[in-house]
Design a protein around this ligand. Structure first.
Ligand code: SF4
Ligand code: SF4
Length: 291
């Protein structure tokens, strides 16, 4: 068996129901479908992932890696790594992302897909955080009729809110359902006696620019546009890790420069249990999962 075949056989063993939909392609299995009996992957050993992490929080290590990447003078290769064995499904990342980017109803950058395994009383859960994969071969880019989305040199797939015409071709083309549409709604718009609160129109700083969330406002209101995770580009430019990384309760999310052999993410993506979603599509995602 080739390395690719044995890798796929391993992943097929690990993946089931919703995970299988995301990992192996095709549509996710609908909620409520009969659970499939699967053999669970072995639990990770107790203790640090890598020996050098023993006395240091991974956030400290990643912050150091980030500062080194920003100073090195060449373009970093940003990647994210998510350890599915450590994710506890708390959704802290989803919420902190929504706060960081002031996301309105219906716009989600980082959902956490949940899968129930087994039947009562032998039930367990598995969680799959799903940001934009920042694909190296992104299907969302060539379908845009006005060139409003493109791949940056550092790997992040960017959106220009001024150029986007809201056709939503990119939403349909994304195999990871990573894009959502901003219909211009606000959380407080229908509150009796109050209406929409002013804080809902406070600016966001996605893509390193100021965006006031009001229809027709120039420059670059996100209302009426496709939206997605930016790996918190605005934070990276100020030497900060993405918000979901710093708020992850399970320390399950890692970020850094994959072109730096000294970085934590370089070491993690070269672990034998690192994989990417729907690799067979050739999208070359920049988000890796440890399974
Ligand atoms: S995950 Fe979807 S939105 Fe993100 S780069 Fe890939 S195709 Fe585009
Ligand atoms: S914050 Fe961390 S542990 Fe919580 S759902 Fe997100 S990835 Fe999982």
């Amino acid at each position: 068996m080739s390395e690719m075949e044995s890798r796929r056989a391993f992943l097929e063993k690990v993946a089931s129901t919703v995970f299988a939909g995301m990992v192996l392609g095709g549509q996710p299995v609908k909620a409520g479908a009969e659970p499939v009996k699967v053999e669970l992957p072995p639990r990770p050993p107790d203790g640090p992932i890598l020996p050098e992490l023993e006395y240091e929080d991974v956030l400290v290590r990643m912050q150091r890696d980030l500062e080194r990447a920003l100073k090195k003078g060449t373009t970093p290769k940003w990647v994210m790594v998510i350890d599915t064995r450590k994710c506890v499904g708390c959704h802290a990342c989803t919420v902190s992302c929504a706060v960081e980017n002031k996301l309105p109803p219906g716009v989600v950058y980082r959902s956490v897909i949940e899968e129930q395994i087994g039947k009562y009383p032998e039930v367990s859960w598995r969680f799959l955080p799903r940001p934009c994969m920042q694909c190296d071969n992104p299907p969302c880019v060539p379908v845009c009729p006005v060139g409003a989305t493109w791949k940056r040199a550092d790997g992040i797939v960017e959106i220009d809110y001024d150029a986007c015409i809201g056709c939503r071709y990119c939403l349909v083309s994304c195999p990871y359902q990573a894009r959502t549409f901003d219909f211009g709604e606000s959380w407080t718009q229908d509150t009796p006696g109050q209406g929409q609160m002013p804080y809902e129109e406070l600016p966001t700083f996605e893509w390193g620019e100021v965006h006031v969330r009001k229809e027709g406002v120039v420059p670059s209101s996100p209302v009426g546009n496709a939206r997605k995770c930016s790996f918190c580009l605005h934070r990276l430019e100020h030497g900060l890790l993405p918000q979901c990384v710093t708020t992850c309760i399970g320390r399950a999310t890692f970020f850094g420069d994959a072109s730096d052999p000294e970085s934590l993410v370089f070491q993690l993506i070269h672990q034998p249990n690192a994989m990417r979603l729907k690799e067979e599509l050739g999208t070359e995602p920049r988000v890796y999962y440890l399974v």
